[in-house]
Structures are given as structure tokens and as C-alpha cells.
Ligand binder design. Structure first.
Ligand code: FES
Length: 81
């Protein structure tokens, strides 16, 4: 696969992820500037395969601002993995 094919594939993946509602750069917690990627990486590094809110609060400070990300937990938590 050459560079152009790889870029086209990555672009298609980004479009598909965006269609699903979130891409890796989508901000989950705007107050703490935490993206879907940040959350996924923290969970993977913590050997977690499900979204553990308490872990994310402690590890990343998720929800320590306005807490709207916590109120919307049900809408984004199923789209992390
Ligand atoms: S959006 Fe997460 S604390 Fe405000």
C-alpha cells in the first residue's frame, strides 16, 4: 500500500467514525480537553476493556469542570471502543 492509498483509507475511516458519531479527535470532556482518543488510550493503558467512569475521573480528571461529560456518559461511553 502506498502513501496515497493509506491516506485515502484513513480518510474513509475518519468519515465512517464521524458517521457513527465520534472520531478519535472528538472531545468528550471539553473542560479538560479530553478526546475520545485520550480516553481510549487511558483505558487501554489501565487494562480496562469497558469504560469505567471512576477510573477516568481519577486518572484524567474527567468531569472535574462543568460535569456535562458525566451527565452525557450514556451517549458517548458505548462509542469509545
Ligand atoms: S465537559 Fe467534562 S467537566 Fe466539563
Amino acid at each position: 500500500m502506498d502513501k496515497e492509498e493509506l491516506e485515502a483509507l484513513l480518510e474513509l475511516r475518519e468519515i465512517q467514525e464521524t458517521k457513527d458519531g465520534l472520531n478519535d479527535n472528538s472531545l468528550i470532556c471539553e473542560c479538560n480537553c479530553l478526546s475520545k482518543r485520550d480516553i481510549k488510550e487511558a483505558l487501554i493503558l489501565g487494562n480496562l476493556q469497558t469504560v469505567e467512569l471512576d477510573f477516568l475521573k481519577e486518572r484524567l480528571g474527567l468531569g472535574s469542570g462543568c460535569s456535562s461529560c458525566i451527565k452525557n456518559f450514556d451517549s458517548w461511553s458505548k462509542k469509545i471502543f
